[in-house]
Structures are given as C-alpha cells and as structure tokens.
Design a protein around this ligand. Structure first.
Ligand code: OXD
Ligand code: MN
Length: 591
C-alpha cells in the first residue's frame, strides 16, 4: 500500500524497476532531457506555459472560463484508430477475431524501429499513475513514458498521477504496466497502438489523440486490465457508475455499458426531471468500471479514472447541466470552436456563435460543423456538481444492477430485464449499436459490440463471455442485468423516448425490480415493464408511443436471434455452450 508521499526522495530513486525501464527507453528513444512528473500544481502550470509559448495551447476567456485552455490536434488525428490497434499475444487465437493481432516479436521489431531515436531534441516525460483510489486494493498502477506535454496534462487530470503513484508502485514491489508513447511525426502511415497483455505493456506511436495517447484510459484500464482481470478473477468494463437515491432514501449503484458516444457521460450525471422530486444522483464514473466479487457475495466497483474525457458536442444546459457547469473552470478543451469572446463553442451548446472553427479557420458553415464531432473536454471529476466522495472509497461501491445498451433505431425495446445472470451475459454479448464519431470510420453502421467492449477487450471474446459466466457463478448476490435502448425511432425518424433526465423513469423501474416491488411482463427476450409499471407522471407521451417502446416484434426478433447465433459462431469453440442454450431458450419462447 502507498505510504504518505515523501517529498525528500528524488522521484528517480523511488522505484529501481521504474528507473531501469526509463533508462532502457531513453537509450532507445534518445531524448534531449528526462523529466520525472510529480503531479504538482506547479508542474502543471509550468507545462501549460511551455505549451502556450510554443502555440500548442491557448488560454480561454479568463473571466468566464478561468484556467481553461484549448488545444488543437492534427486534423488527421482526431479519434481512436481501431484498424491500427493491435493485441499482441503469443497465440493469435487468444486475441480472438474481435481484435487485430500481431505476433509480439513482429510488433516489437516494428515498434523498436519507430521508437529508435524518436525523442531526439525532445523531452521524455515519466508519468507514474494509479488507476483507482491510491489506497484501494482494487487499483492498479502504470507508468507512461511520453514525449507530449499535452499528454502529461491530460494524464494529470484523468489519473492519480505523480509521486504518490510511484510510491505505491515501489510498495507493490515494482509491479506496473509499462506504457510507451511518442507522437512521432503524426503520420497516419506510421501510427500503431500495440498491446502486449502477456507482458503488461503498451506501445503507442504516431498519435496525440486521447484514446490512443492517454495510455491509462482505454489501453491500460480496459485492454490490458481486462486481460489481467481474467487471470485474477475480476471484471474491467466499459461502464459508467452512478448512485441513485430515491425519495425514501434508498441508495443503489448501477453500472451501465454503452458503446462510445451513446450518452454514458449524460447518464452518469443525470438530473432528475421536475416531476420526480426527491431523487438524488451521484456520479462515481462515466466511462470505466473495475468490479470485484466482495466478501458479501456482491460485486463491488471502483472507477479507475479521476477525471472525464467527454465528448463536447451535444453538451448543453438542457442535455447535461452538470457537465455544462463542470467545464467552466480548469478544463482542457480539444478541437472545439471559439466564439468572438474567446469562449469554447460546439454544436448543441445552446447559445453563442462560433467565429473560429476547430481547425483555427474563420468559421464558415460551408466547411461543416464548427467543432469536431469528437471534440473533447478533459476535466477533474471533483468539479462535477454530482461528484460523490464514494469515488474515493477504497472498497468501491456495491453494484445493484448492470445495464447494457446500444443505439438502435428499431428492434430493441426501451428496457428489458434478463431472467438471470447467465441470460444477462447473452444479453450483454448481443449488444449492437450504430457506430459514432469516437472512432474513425463510417458513422451510423450497426455492429455487434458485446458489453460495449468490442474496441477494448484485450482477449478473445469467446473467453471473455466464459469469464463473465465464471464471475457470476461466484456471486451469492449478483446484480440484476438489464438492457436499454434510448434511441428507438418512429417511422418518421423521430426518437420515441425523450431520454436524458427522463431516463431516470426507466432506472427507477429497475431499482424497484431489484427491491422486488415492481411488476413486469414476461416475454421471449426477458421481462419488460407494462406501461403501468413505469412512472410516466408529468411526461408528455402518447400511450401508443409507450406501447411501441415496450413492444417485442416476434419476426424481427427471430431474425435478430439468427444474427446473434452467427455472431457467436465467429468465436468458434471458444464461445461457451451456455450462450447457445440461452439463445435457444429465447428462440423457443419466440415460438
Ligand atoms: C471514449 C470512447 O473516448 O469510448 O470514451 O471512445
Ligand atoms: Mn468510452
């Protein structure tokens, strides 16, 4: 466990394992200087000033956005690059068809070539970080070596970064995930994000974009951690964690997995509608959740992150007031537009007008959106008005319900409950969603995204489904599992459900199910609320629309079942038999 930071020991003397790895990397990359990061406010200020002097960062309006800055990435470097992201396991089968694979030997040879001398004239920053509360047994540490000060600033917001993390690494016997990053020349043809789960290491070259360059997030906390979690008996998931307290004072924590840019941040910071007085919402996390079976037979969760790397467009006072208020100070914006007052602007912000677009050009509607659709804010979690101290609880929070969801125009109803854990694993494995701007590639195409982990699972999905079954078998009090779809559309293309704060109506039904109080109707795909089981008080919605949202179309579902079967077959003999028996059960119930 970490001790109190001792400011008198030089950082490079704290962990011999870290120091020797830094020396090895320095020999390969040949930096002009090495800077060990302590995570102090003075260090942050210094790095910001350096970036401002180099015109890589600019302060925003001091009065309305104090301590806020804007950065612009290279126009070809604005999203995660799944086609250049590899899992490098000894056996290809272990990475599975859900990942791109390269042999560790080939990947190391390629990356050594790219990293050779790549930091000449640059600074090598050593960034020790802890994913999770510094004193939690569930947390895991890493060190990112990077040549980007922008990455250091982001890591300082997104993780517990600096001296205390390094002390924990030393106390843990020098155990840490090794992440090496260089922005290189930002040449898309020389860009790779390599993961070596068997070595607990990551190498990322040629990108400065968050998901590719902030190695604590997707690379460590999901891809490497999912692999580590499997060997150690826990779960590393792409989930938000939110606490919901009903007017009677009952508090439950819920973990929800939705694919990228499907509203996880909004749900994590939900504001109850006026017609549901007395409810309170507490954000533990908005993107990543690590869960361990606890001694009481429940699942306990921590958020390994300390900040939010959220999508800016669509964030406004009506859609996510908490996020909107949270990003008014001490926030790093990337690829947003600017107003005449030097304030950040994006589509959906609800007021103001852009004068400069995300590329720094005078705004012209002919050029498309003013802010990049995947423009981001990076901000510390403590600035969130719905922040809870429980996010620092080393024991984590107990999870009452797990919710899977996707962005689907049709087929998936507003909500349904899995019959049990095993059926819930099938429901999670079957998640499908329309793609968004968070990754490069076509937007709006439906793809399967099991547990919202398609881009993030560090091993074969067949083994992952089995691991989920194994974890469930160990739980005396497993959470209930649900599926939601906030994005169902009518024939006219309009969304049928208002979403945002009104999603609490659906969550409150789930919590009533957890408490054994709410009604439901059994259907072939699981248990659905009847319209009378949902709290629709104060909501302007036609009964026919509610019927539609809660309908299960037998023909469409038969087709869906057939598609799920061929999807599961992609994982060959690694797919657990239990997945097929659950699917057969659904099929039989469909008649
Ligand atoms: C993210 C993502 O950035 O899922 O959180 O793409
Ligand atoms: Mn995400």
């Amino acid at each position: 466990m970490a001790t109190a930071p001792n400011a008198f020991i030089p950082l490079q003397d704290i962990s011999p394992q870290v120091a020797s790895w830094v020396a090895q990397v320095a020999q390969l990359t040949e930096p002009a200087r090495i800077l060990w990061c302590d995570g102090s406010p003075a260090e942050t200020a210094r790095l910001r000033n350096e970036l401002i002097a180099r015109k890589e960062l600019a302060p925003l309006n001091e009065k309305t956005f104090p301590d806020c800055h804007i950065a612009r990435s290279h126009p070809s470097d604005v999203a995660r690059v799944e086609h250049l992201t590899f899992i490098c396991t000894t056996n290809q089968e272990d990475a599975g068809p859900n990942n791109h694979w390269m042999s560790p030997a080939d990947a190391h040879a390629k990356m050594d070539g790219l990293f050779k001398g790549c930091m000449k004239g640059r600074t090598l920053y050593v960034v020790p970080y802890c994913m999770g509360p510094i004193d939690s047994p569930y947390s895991r540490c890493g060190v990112e070596i990077t040549d980007s000060a922008y990455v250091v600033l982001n890591m300082g917001i997104m993780t517990r970064m600096g001296r205390a993390a390094l002390e924990r690494i030393a106390a843990d016997g020098g155990n840490f995930v090794r992440g090496l990053h260089s922005t290189g020349e930002l040449d898309p043809n020389r860009r790779f994000i390599m993961h070596f789960p068997e070595e607990l290491s990551i190498q990322s070259f040629g990108s400065g974009y968050g998901g590719n360059a902030l190695l604590g997030k997707k690379c460590h906390a999901l891809r490497i951690a999912s692999y580590q979690a499997r060997t150690e008996g826990w779960l590393a998931e792409h989930m938000l964690i939110v606490g919901l307290k009903n007017p009677q004072g009952e508090l439950h924590y819920v973990a929800c997995a939705f694919p990228s840019a499907c509203g996880k941040t909004n749900l994590a910071m939900l504001i109850p509608p006026d017609s549901m007085p007395g409810w309170e919402v507490f954000t533990v996390g908005d993107d990543i959740c690590w869960m361990q079976p606890g001694p009481d037979g429940r699942l306990w969760a921590i958020n390994p992150e300390a900040g939010y790397f959220g999508v800016a467009p669509g964030t406004g006072p009506k859609t996510n007031k908490n996020a909107f208020d949270m990003i008014r100070k001490d926030t790093l914006f990337t690829n947003v537009a600017l107003t005449a007052n030097n304030e950040p602007w994006w589509e959906g912000i609800g007021n103001g007008a852009p004068v400069t677009d995300w590329l720094g050009r005078p705004y012209d509607a002919k050029n498309g959106p003013a802010a990049h659709p995947n423009s981001r804010f990076t901000v510390s979690a403590v600035h969130n008005p719905s922040y809870t101290k429980e996010a620092e609880n080393p024991k984590g929070v107990p999870i009452s319900a797990i919710v899977f969801g996707g962005r689907r125009r049709e087929i998936a109803p507003l909500v349904y409950e899995a019959r049990n854990w095993q059926h819930g694993v099938l429901v999670g494995a079957s998640v499908a969603s329309e793609t968004t701007a968070a990754a490069t590639g076509a937007v709006g195409v439906v793809r399967r995204d099991s547990m919202a982990m398609k881009p993030f699972c560090g091993y074969n999905f067949g083994d992952y489904f089995q691991h989920w079954l194994n974890v469930g078998a160990k739980l005396k009090n497993p959470p209930k599992i649900f599926h939601v779809n906030w994005f169902r559309q009518g024939a006219d293309g309009k969304f049928l459900w208002p979403g945002f704060g009104d999603n609490l109506r659906v969550l409150s039904w789930m919590l009533e199910r957890v408490a054994g109080r709410a009604g439901a109707q059994e259907t072939a795909i699981g248990n659905l609320p009847r319209p009378i089981d949902l709290n629709l008080k104060g909501l302007d919605i036609q009964p026919a629309v509610v019927e539609e949202l809660l309908s299960v179309k037998q023909d469409a579902w038969r087709k869906e079942v057939a598609e799920i079967r061929s999807y599961l077959a992609e994982y060959g003999s690694r797919t657990p038999g239990a997945m097929y028996s659950e699917l057969e059960e659904v099929e039989q119930r469909l008649g």
